[in-house]
Ligand binder design. Structure first.
Ligand SMILES: [Zn+2]
Length: 386
């Protein structure tokens, strides 16, 4: 965790505008300044805009890659203009927001999005470059008005990518973890002095290909526990979260908080399964809407779902586009909701997600404020361990 704390007090009437009318920085713990509810919306101090769900490797911008490509001679991008890089790592805006109408189109959208991610990762050519690119993600977030960032690192795929880019094939565990340590150490150093408070979450992929490495990753997380605020189980397709119950159990004494990607692509069964691990939040959870009993249970337990609405359209997770997104229904059912950007290589920001929510679902200023309050309140640094 990176302990440079700022206190930002913003006043706003319409959260869609995300207008910061007043801000200031002082060395005051956010924890000691919980959001205050007040009767007058216009005069009410609101907590920092809180990014609850963003992946380090999905949120790189063309400007950042352009800068680092020229600084570090990254072959895939060196000599290219920002716009050329953007066209390689980003889906064209009109394509990104075109809704998937069928499951087949949805799969096509996911593949298109993923191919952009693969192109982006060609920039991962050394631990230092990776660390600086991730630091740029925090800078970009801060520049777009975010005041508190929870950043998810998929260390296994990041190191895999690095080894691949370096031409190292069939790395032994010793070589793999040597690079993992170098990447993580470089990242800790790069995040020493971030413009806004930044907490790291380790993403643990549930993909079959990473299963043999998960026990070592858990040990790694325990060794680096003072730099990690939480764990995230991700890539729900191959295995349910409960397949990792013993590993999560082992780590949770050291790393208190857990979020689980589920029901982004898979059905409500994965939600019931995730609940067996007693998560503090759930990533996406949009297909919970298919099971009213599960929705009821999520509301009863007060487990927040991390809504990343723009991403759900870009990746095709929601078929039929934003109008078919279940967020308003989940809200009406009393499920706690927080907001994240996910990072989907399309240049969108967290503020863009708030705007899309406001525009698409017609939430009132009070409801928009509630989302913002919840995002801060359920940030891991503001939660008490269960
Ligand atoms: Zn995600």
């Amino acid at each position: 965790m990176f302990e440079r704390i700022t206190s930002r007090r913003e006043f706003f009437g319409d959260i869609a505008a995300l207008t910061i009318l007043g801000s200031g920085c002082s060395a005051v713990s956010l924890k000691s300044n919980p959001p205050q509810m007040s009767s007058t919306l216009q005069e009410q101090p609101v907590p920092p805009l809180t990014e609850t769900h963003v992946h380090t490797d999905c949120a790189h911008r063309a400007e950042s890659i352009h800068l680092r490509a020229n600084e570090f001679n990254i072959p895939a991008f060196q000599g290219k203009t920002v716009e050329e890089i953007r066209s390689i790592i980003t889906l064209p805006a009109n394509k990104a927001i075109t809704p998937a109408r069928t499951p087949e189109e949805a799969m096509g959208k996911w593949d298109e999005w993923y191919s952009c991610l693969k192109e982006t990762r060609k920039a991962y050519t050394s631990p230092k470059v990776i660390a600086l690119l991730i630091r740029d993600v925090v800078e970009d977030s801060a520049n777009s008005g975010v005041g508190l960032v929870e950043l998810r690192l998929s260390l296994l795929s990041t190191v895999d990518t690095l080894l691949n880019n370096l031409g190292i094939k069939d790395a032994t565990p010793e070589v793999f973890w040597k690079y993992a340590v170098e990447v993580f150490d470089a990242l800790i150093e790069a995040l020493q002095d971030t413009p806004v408070p930044t907490d790291l979450i380790m993403s643990i992929s549930c993909q079959n290909r990473y299963k043999p490495k998960v026990a070592d990753l858990i040990q790694f997380c325990r060794d680096y526990r003072k730099h990690l605020i939480g764990l995230d189980l991700t890539n729900e397709k191959d295995n349910p979260a409960s397949a990792y119950a013993p590993e999560i159990e082992r780590a949770r004494g050291d790393i208190k908080f857990l979020t689980i990607h589920c029901m982004e692509l898979m059905g409500p069964d994965r939600g019931w399964d995730a609940l067996t691990l007693n998560p503090d939040r759930i990533g996406h959870g949009i297909r919970a809407i298919e099971d009213p009993k599960l929705v009821e249970e999520l509301a009863r337990r007060g487990i927040p779902l991390e809504m990343c609405v723009n991403s759900n359209v870009v990746t095709g997770a929601v078929i039929g586009g934003i109008d078919q997104h279940p967020m308003p229904k989940l809200y009406d059912a009393g499920v706690k909701l927080v907001v994240g950007s996910d990072g989907c290589n399309d240049g969108s920001t967290l503020a863009d997600n708030y705007r899309l929510i406001k525009k698409s679902f017609g939430f009132t200023p009070e409801q928009m404020q509630e989302l913002r309050e919840n995002s801060f309140r359920y940030a891991f640094r503001n939660l008490k361990a269960k």
